[in-house]
Design a protein around this ligand. Structure first.
Ligand code: C2O
Length: 553
C-alpha cells in the first residue's frame, strides 16, 4: 500500500455555460474537480487550502473512515469548516472498498460545483471479478444553475418557500446539445473503438434529482455500486440517486464505424412542485478506421444520431424493479456479512413538514407556512461547534442531546392523507450506540406534501438493504421476507416514494456519523440526524485524538 498525496486549492474560477459566465468555487480551478486515485488499502492525504471567500469542508462520500472520523468532513458534525485563508490535511485509508466513490463540499450548497470522482482500484495483482475493461471513464452527472447557488438556497430559506430549480443537467460539467445556447465544446464526447469494453464510473452529483441514464442502442452491465461489487445484471436504463455511484460495463458494437449515439440523463421524480425536467445528452462516437481525419465529426456529420428511450419521469415501478435487481456479489472472495442478530431496532419516518411562519403572510411555503423536513418529526439544527469535537472533549452540554427518538413522535397512516398538524420540532439530537451494536433501521416515507423518494446517506458505514416495499411497513409480516443472504451493500439508498426500506449495519466505527437525505434541499430543511458510536474496549476500537490542524469554529 502507498500514500497518495493531493494538493487541493479551493478557489474561485470563472466558468461559461449556456451563454452565461459566472464565478464558481472550484478545486485547483477545475470544474468538475480533480479525480483522486487510490488502490484498496492505500492511504490518502489531501492537503486543502481555502483560498475562497466561503467557509468550506470536504467530504469523501462513501469512504468508511475506519477510526479516522476527523477526516470525514461534514461541517459542524466532524469538524468546523475551514475558514477563508485556512487549511486542513484530510488523512485516511481506503479499507475494504473498490470501485467508484466521490468527494464533495459538505456545507450549504457549495457541492453544486465542488465535487470530483474517487477511483478505487483493487490491490495490485488482484483482478476484477469480471472481464477487464479496455478503458475506464468517470462520468459525473450534475446540475447547473445560471444563478449563484448560494443565493438560491439563501433566498429559499429566507422566504420559507422552495428554491429555484436548476437550468440544466450536466455530464462531467457539460450540458450537451439539447439545451439552447450550448456551445459545441459544452458536449461530453466518448470516443470508442468497435468491439471495445468501457467501464463507466457513474456518479450522481446532482443536488436535487434522481436520474435515469441510458445510452442509445447499447446495454449497460452493472458490476459495482457504492464501491462494492454486485452480481452483474444488464439493463437498457439505470436509475441513480444523488450520492450513489455505480460502475457499469458498456460493450461497443463490433463494427459501427462513424456511428454516433446519445447518452442521456433526466430526472426521476413524482414531486408535485416544480423541478428541472430537461435532459442532458453526451455523445458516444465510434472511431472510423477508414477515415484519415482524427476528428470523427467530419466523417460522420451526415449520419443521424440515435437517442435512447428513457422511462416516464414518474415511473416509480421502474425504479422499484431496478433496485430489486441489486444483489451483493456474496462470493467466497467477497462474502456478504449481513448482521443476522439485531441489538437495536429503529423505525424512522422521513419526509417533508412545516414550520409556522414567524410573521403571518410573509412565508412562501405550503399554506403560508415555511417548508421543513424531518426524521421522526425532528428537524435537525446544525450546532455552532462540531459534534465530534464536543463528544471527544466530553462537553455535549449545549451542543447536542442524546434523546433522538427511536420511533416517530406522532405516528399516523403514512400512506393516507397527511395529519392536520404537519409541524416539526427543531433539535440537535443523536442516537448513542455502544461499539459493535448491530442495528436494523426501517425508513418510512411519510408522503406529507406528496409521496417522494428520499436518497438516505449514512456516513462512516456501508449497510445492507434487506427489504423494501410500498405502503406502510408492517412489522408483523414484512421482516419474514427480508433478504439476509445477498442483499446489496451500499452507503446511499432511496426510500421508495410512498414506501419503506429496511437496512442493517454493525456500529463498528467509533465517532459521530451523519445520516441525511442527499437531496440538498431536504438536507437544508432538516432531513438529517447523527449516530454517536462509542469507543470499544480494545485499542483498535477507539477514536484517536484529533489532528493538530483540525479547524476550530
Ligand atoms: Cu455525500 Cu453527507 O454526503
Amino acid at each position: 500500500a502507498e500514500t497518495r498525496k493531493y494538493q487541493f486549492d479551493v478557489r474561485m474560477a470563472s466558468v461559461t455555460r449556456l451563454c452565461g459566465t459566472k464565478s464558481i468555487v472550484t478545486v485547483n480551478g477545475q470544474y468538475p474537480g480533480p479525480t483522486l486515485f487510490a488502490r484498496e488499502g492505500d492511504h490518502v492525504e489531501v492537503a486543502v487550502v481555502n483560498r475562497s471567500p466561503y467557509n468550506v469542508s470536504l467530504h469523501w462520500h462513501g469512504v468508511r473512515q475506519l477510526l479516522s472520523g476527523w477526516a470525514d468532513g461534514p461541517s459542524y458534525i466532524t469538524q468546523c469548516p475551514i475558514q477563508p485563508g485556512g487549511s486542513y490535511v484530510y488523512r485516511y485509508q481506503i479499507v475494504g472498498q473498490r470501485g467508484t466513490l466521490w468527494w464533495h463540499a459538505h456545507i450549504s450548497w457549495l457541492r453544486a460545483t465542488l465535487y470530483g470522482p474517487i477511483v478505487i482500484l483493487p490491490p495490485a495483482g488482484v483482478p476484477y471479478p469480471f472481464p477487464r475493461p479496455d478503458e475506464e471513464v468517470p462520468l459525473m452527472l450534475g446540475e447547473w444553475w445560471r444563478n449563484d447557488t448560494e443565493a438560491v438556497i439563501a433566498q429559499a430559506l429566507r422566504t420559507g418557500g422552495g428554491p429555484d430549480v436548476s437550468d440544466a443537467y450536466t455530464i462531467n460539467g457539460l450540458p450537451g446539445p439539447l439545451y439552447n445556447c450550448s456551445a459545441p465544446q459544452e458536449t461530453f464526447r466518448l470516443r470508442v473503438r468497435p468491439g471495445g469494453t468501457y467501464m463507466l464510473r457513474l456518479i450522481n452529483a446532482a443536488l436535487n434529482d434522481e436520474l435515469f441514464f441510458s445510452v442509445a442502442n447499447h446495454t449497460l452491465t452493472v458490476v459495482d455500486v457504492d464501491a462494492l461489487y454486485v452480481k452483474p445484471f444488464t439493463v437498457d436504463t439505470l436509475v441513480i440517486a444523488p450520492g450513489q455511484t455505480s460502475n457499469v460495463l458498456l460493450a461497443a458494437k463490433p463494427a459501427y464505424p462513424g456511428a454516433r449515439y446519445y447518452m442521456e440523463a433526466r430526472p426521476y421524480t413524482n414531486t408535485q412542485g416544480t423541478f428541472d425536467n430537461t435532459t442532458v445528452a453526451g455523445i458516444l462516437e465510434y472511431e472510423d478506421p477508414s477515415s484519415s481525419s482524427s476528428s470523427s465529426a467530419a466523417a460522420t456529420s451526415n449520419l443521424p444520431i440515435f437517442a435512447p428511450t428513457l422511462p416516464q419521469i414518474n415511473d416509480t415501478n421502474f425504479v422499484a424493479n431496478y433496485t430489486a435487481k441489486l444483489r451483493s456479489l456474496a462470493s467466497a472472495a467477497y462474502p456478504a456479512a449481513v448482521p443476522q442478530s439485531i441489538d437495536r431496532r429503529f423505525f424512522f419516518t422521513v419526509g417533508l413538514g412545516t414550520h409556522p411562519c414567524a410573521v403571518n403572510g410573509t412565508c412562501q411555503g405550503p399554506n403560508g407556512s415555511r417548508f421543513a423536513a424531518s426524521i421522526n418529526n425532528v428537524s435537525f439544527v446544525l450546532p455552532t461547534t462540531a459534534l465530534l469535537q464536543a463528544h471527544f472533549a466530553g462537553r455535549s452540554n449545549g451542543v447536542y442531546a442524546t434523546d433522538f427518538p427511536a420511533v416517530p413522535l406522532m405516528p399516523f397512516n403514512y400512506t393516507g392523507p397527511p395529519p392536520n398538524n404537519t409541524n416539526v420540532m427543531n433539535g440537535t439530537k443523536v442516537v448513542v450506540l455502544p461499539f459493535g451494536t448491530t442495528v436494523e433501521l426501517v425508513l418510512q416515507d411519510t408522503s406529507i406534501l406528496g409521496a417522494e423518494s428520499h436518497p438516505l446517506h449514512l456516513h462512516g458505514f456501508n449497510f445492507y438493504v434487506v427489504g423494501q416495499g410500498f405502503g406502510n411497513f408492517d412489522p408483523a409480516s414484512d421482516p419474514a421476507r427480508f433478504n439476509l443472504v445477498d442483499p446489496v451493500e451500499r452507503n446511499t439508498v432511496g426510500v421508495p416514494a410512498g414506501g419503506w426500506v429496511a437496512i442493517r449495519f454493525r456500529a463498528d466505527n467509533p465517532g459521530v456519523w451523519f445520516m441525511h437525505c442527499h437531496l440538498e434541499v431536504h438536507m437544508s430543511w432538516g432531513l438529517k440526524m447523527a449516530w454517536l458510536v462509542q469507543d470499544g474496549s480494545l485499542p483498535n476500537q477507539k477514536l484517536p485524538p484529533p489532528p493538530s490542524d483540525l479547524p476550530q469554529c
